[in-house]
Write a new protein. Structure first.
Length: 176
């Protein structure tokens, strides 16, 4: 089966989101660092602002440098968004007109080609895990490395063919 499609930043974000949902550790780390810690930092910052107005000599007792960790934890979601965009731009440089990808999948191997940048050949033995949802399909070549394919690029016949290939090669994975 041959597929030709264009990668977008939204596809990359969907791939990372699906990857984060694959294990309890990934989910808990994401929740802790990008939801819980910024919430605590926001609460701490609001509390410090309250203290500025209610306590006399606040800055004499608490130098402003003590607020630095709060700003760091508060900025984690923004830094993550910036890094995701930067990673995508490294994968698909903006100097290219489109982010065209060609994928050839058969019973023996998978060939992924980004014209002018990269070509990867993977035997089915190299694929260790499979994950799929309604937006994105992931084929893992290592624990934290994967090929991501928008699920919408598959026709219903191609999707069932891919499912049959995944089953025949005994891959672990989830299809959501």
């Amino acid at each position: 089966m041959k597929l030709e499609y264009s990668q977008t930043l939204d596809d990359y974000k969907a791939a990372l989101a699906l990857h984060n949902r694959q294990s309890l550790i990934n989910r808990s780390q994401f929740l802790f660092f990008f939801r819980v810690m910024p919430a605590f930092a926001a609460f701490g910052l609001l509390f410090q602002i309250y203290l500025v107005f209610t306590e006399k000599e606040y800055f004499a007792k608490n130098p402003p440098v003590t607020l630095f960790p709060l700003f760091v934890f508060l900025s984690l979601p923004l830094l993550r968004a910036y890094n995701i965009r930067r990673q995508f731009n490294l994968l698909f440089p903006s100097s290219r007109i489109n982010n065209y990808v060609s994928l050839d999948i058969d019973n023996e191997r998978i060939i992924s080609v980004i014209p002018g940048l990269n070509e990867g050949k993977f035997s089915w033995n190299a694929i260790i895990k499979f994950a799929q949802d309604k937006r994105i399909t992931l084929l893992y070549v290592a624990k934290n490395r994967f090929l991501f394919i928008p699920t919408t690029t598959f026709s219903s016949i191609q999707r069932s063919e891919l499912d049959n290939l995944v089953i025949s090669h005994g891959l672990k994975g989830k299809s959501c």
